[in-house]
Design a protein around this ligand. Structure first.
Ligand code: CA
Ligand code: CA
Ligand code: CA
Length: 131
């Protein structure tokens, strides 16, 4: 195989396959604070609390979430805004503590904590809806 073709094939494999998976893996790792490969309900709540302006706030501001998400995970503004709307599970326009249990049970289908496969499945489903 000539070098140009090798570079092209590598890019094709990497660009199409690996990029979203790397991103999801990083998000999952940030959720899973204690690194036991299961996201507990406490870890899920703590993950979103980080996006509040102050810990006593009752909701996460959309503009803060979006700018921070874009900076941390390099998703586009469009995707980051759409993710906020997705995690706003009760569709009242705000990401609050009330949304987290709904989000949690949506992802954790078999009720044993959120595993990687479950997390990846939901993220990819949401991501693909946006394209
Ligand atoms: Ca964990
Ligand atoms: Ca909500
Ligand atoms: Ca599970």
């Amino acid at each position: 195989m000539n070098p140009t073709l090798v570079v092209f094939s590598l890019c094709l494999a990497f660009c199409l396959g690996a990029v979203p998976h790397d991103r999801i893996a990083k998000i999952f790792k940030d959720f899973d604070k204690n690194g036991n490969e299961i996201v507990s309900d406490t870890e899920a709540k703590a993950f979103f609390t980080v996006y509040k302006q102050s810990a006593s706030d009752t909701f996460v501001k959309k503009d803060l979430f979006v700018s921070r998400w874009m900076r941390t995970y390099h998703d586009s503004r469009f995707v980051s805004e759409a993710l906020y709307d997705k995690v706003d599970m009760n569709k009242d326009g705000l990401l609050t503590d009330a949304d987290i249990p709904i989000f949690y049970s949506h992802v954790d289908k078999n009720k044993n904590g959120i595993e990687w496969a479950e997390f990846e499945k939901v993220y990819l489903a949401w991501y693909n809806e946006l394209e």
